[in-house]
Ligand binder design. Structure first.
Ligand code: HEC
Ligand code: HEC
Length: 302
């Protein structure tokens, strides 16, 4: 998630660190109140929560991929995936239903605050390597389904590992201002007209890799015009309608399901993981919705 802008990002965090507590507490209060009301509304009366749908959200959102150390045969959602960056290595935490090591004792509200606003239960901030700037756009229904599914999975008592960062953990404090710049307002009904746009922008967080980042590492322009330096330092191609003009809707669906391009090449790097643990699990309807949106004039270059 980081590249050559890393030193600027760190400076930004350190400079803004002191101020951010005050400012973030101030600007986010209303939003937190709204979210709290939404979480309460979700609980009472209980919406029709569907754990199967929640699993699909967890796959589409990459939660399973990033919180399961498949490469080392780690257990489902037990964390331990190492994410190298210019700041050092982040290690994804255990988010299984274990009461001690996972999120088994978390309320829906605590969970919603983490995923939608990057807020820790103690009020601090999560590092945006956890892609909450995109998840902020997820609907309450998806959050509730996702929560229900995570809580229904087997508890795993593996302890979360510490990140091995080159910067002090206290720099997190500076994330308040960063978040007020880069985390969009939470989802509201009517925000997205089409299902495909919702999936691309929200849970599937395609812009996290396919949009350009500015000098402090934020995605301020969500157009999918590619990124010269993606998560592993390699180039991420543009996937605007113009860039995909040679792809048909069926080509795109096939690619997102199987990982094969119209030329017969297989996707590599991070996209292979996104497909294998994410989009390959989506229904044909959702894959079509994504493909149709990517090909539509709404997905434009400028
Ligand atoms: C690219 C990897 C990545 C993806 C994708 C991802 N996460 Fe995470 N997640 C992390 C990392 C790393 C942290 C720790 C952040 C920190 O310490 O500030 C984290 C933290 C969390 C936490 C807080 C856990 C705790 O003990 O405080 C929760 C809950 C969580 N993620 C849930 C999710 C859900 C739900 C999704 C999918 C919608 C998801 N994550 C997608 C990497 C990821
Ligand atoms: C974690 C980073 C990451 C995320 C998230 C991601 N991609 Fe990708 N994507 C890549 C990379 C890297 C490539 C280049 C793969 C290669 O070279 O084989 C790629 C390639 C592609 C391609 C092929 C483009 C071409 O011209 O070959 C398409 C289409 C695509 N992605 C669509 C999506 C969609 C749709 C989403 C959201 C559901 C998404 N990607 C999410 C990193 C990502």
């Amino acid at each position: 998630m980081v590249g050559r802008w890393a030193p600027l990002f760190v400076t930004f965090l350190l400079v803004t660190g002191g101020l951010s507590f005050l400012w973030s507490a101030h600007t986010r209060n209303d939003q937190n109140e709204q979210l709290r009301m939404a979480a309460l509304a979700l609980n009472n009366p209980l919406p029709s929560v569907d754990t199967d749908r929640g699993e699909l959200v967890a796959r589409a959102g990459g939660c399973v991929a990033c919180h399961t150390d498949t490469a080392n045969e780690g257990r489902l959602l037990a964390g331990g995936v190492r994410l190298d960056s210019a700041f050092g290595t982040f290690v994804s935490p255990n988010i299984s239903s274990d009461a001690q090591e996972g999120i088994g004792t978390w309320s829906l509200e605590m969970f919603a605050q983490a995923v939608l606003n990057g807020r820790r239960p103690d009020g601090g901030h999560y590092w945006p390597v956890f892609p909450y700037p995109a998840y902020a756009l997820m609907s309450g229904q998806d959050i509730a389904d996702l929560y229900a599914w995570l809580q229904s999975t087997a508890p795993v008592s593996t302890a979360s590992e510490e990140h091995e960062l080159l910067i002090p953990d206290i720099a997190r404090a500076g994330l308040g201002i960063w978040k007020s710049l880069y985390v969009p307002e939470n989802y509201r009904p009517g925000l997205f007209v089409e299902r495909g746009e919702y999936l691309v922008e929200g849970p599937a967080h395609c812009a996290t890799c396919h949009a350009q980042r500015d000098i402090v590492g934020g995605v301020s322009d969500r157009r999918l015009s590619g990124n010269s330096r993606g998560p592993d330092g390699s180039k991420v191609p543009a996937i605007t309608a113009a860039a995909l003009q040679d792809w048909t809707v069926d080509d795109l669906m096939f690619y997102l399901e199987i990982g094969m391009t119209p030329e017969g090449d297989f996707s590599g790097g991070h996209m292979a993981t996104v497909i294998e643990h994410g989009t390959a699990h989506l229904s044909p309807e959702d894959l079509r919705a994504i493909a149709v949106y990517l090909k539509s004039p709404a997905n434009k270059e400028s």
